[in-house]
Design a protein around this ligand. Structure first.
Ligand code: ADP
Length: 292
């Protein structure tokens, strides 16, 4: 899955990109982060970008296109990526189209995070305060003055991309003013609707489900092993079954014996009864005879 996150500074691109990385197992390619790393490392690109970034301007297109071109070739980007902060100008978008075409890669979606401009300044202020709390180094361009300039360059140079991608039927606009997890859910729904993620794998990409196939095999093995003791238990249950059978047999035999005994008793009593009645009858006859 390959997606672009579009939105002004403070719209939540970085936050959402990280959440999407966790959910889909793809990589986040942030030109801002890469440029900051280059500045920190003092590379030729970093030296070129340092002043421009600090003042809120945009680094030349060829520089960022070069960085992205190298980065999407890396093995970790094979299963997909989220572009955060790139493209930022129409020439960058055109260069990306060419790059992807050349590499036979398809872009799944461009997600625009739409926010009220009035919320942006306070969001960036919150970010600065949180970074300070964590003891992290605060970005040089996260000041109200530079933010105003960054916003201005977003409006003039990046906003035209909304039209660019909407014309190519790639654009999905999400309300970036919602809570963080609601925005994530809305993005997920959009990706589902576009067929960029599979519903069966609970939002995991094909690559992710393939990676999960190995644990699935392991689980099957474990289940097989678990069935073994079950078989043993079945075997153990067999004697119990035969014991049941024996008890049943014994019961039957006892019943039979009881019947036989009852028959015997009945026969005896019947014989006795016959004898008694015969005696009685004989007595009656003798009595009658005596009367005569
Ligand atoms: P933001 O929070 O303003 O979106 P980023 O971290 O994406 O910030 O970028 C910080 C700075 O890095 C930008 O103001 C710009 O100077 C530079 N930069 C990042 N991406 C690009 C790009 N695609 N093209 C030109 N400059 C860029």
């Amino acid at each position: 899955m390959r997606i672009i996150l579009l939105g002004p500074p403070g719209s939540g691109k970085g936050t959402q990109a990280q959440l999407l990385v966790q959910r889909y197992g793809i990589v986040q390619l942030s030109t801002g982060e890469m440029l900051r790393a280059a500045v920190a490392a003092g590379t030729p690109v970093g030296l070129k970008a340092k002043e421009i970034m600090a003042s809120g301007g945009l680094v030349p297109d060829d520089v960022v296109v070069g960085i992205i071109s190298d980065r999407i070739e890396q093995p970790d980007a094979k299963h997909g990526f989220i572009l955060d902060g790139f493209p930022r100008t129409v020439p960058q978008a055109e260069a990306l189209d060419e790059l992807l075409k050349h590499k036979h890669m398809k872009l799944d979606a461009v997600i625009e995070l739409r926010v009220n401009e009035s919320a942006l300044l306070s969001r960036v202020e919150t970010r600065v305060a949180q970074m300070r709390e964590r003891g992290e180094e605060v970005r040089l361009d996260d000041t109200p003055e530079v933010l105003t300039k960054r916003l201005a360059s977003y409006r003039s140079q990046t906003e035209p991309l909304i039209h660019y991608y909407s014309e190519r039927r790639k654009l999905s606009t999400i309300d970036g003013m919602m809570a963080i997890d609601e925005v994530t859910r809305a993005i997920h729904r959009q990706l589902l609707a576009l067929g960029a993620v599979e519903p069966k794998t609970h939002g995991k990409t094909r690559a992710r489900s393939a990676a999960k196939a190995a644990p699935a095999k392991k689980a099957a093995k474990r289940a097989k092993a678990a069935r073994k003791p079950a078989k043993a238990a079945q075997k153990a249950a067999k004697p119990a079954k035969s014991a049941k059978k024996t008890v049943k047999g014994a019961k039957k035999a006892a019943k039979k014996a009881a019947k036989k005994a009852a028959k015997k008793v009945a026969k005896k009593t019947a014989k006795k009864a016959v004898k008694k009645s015969a005696k009685k009858a004989a007595k009656k006859v003798t009595k009658k005879r005596a009367k005569r």
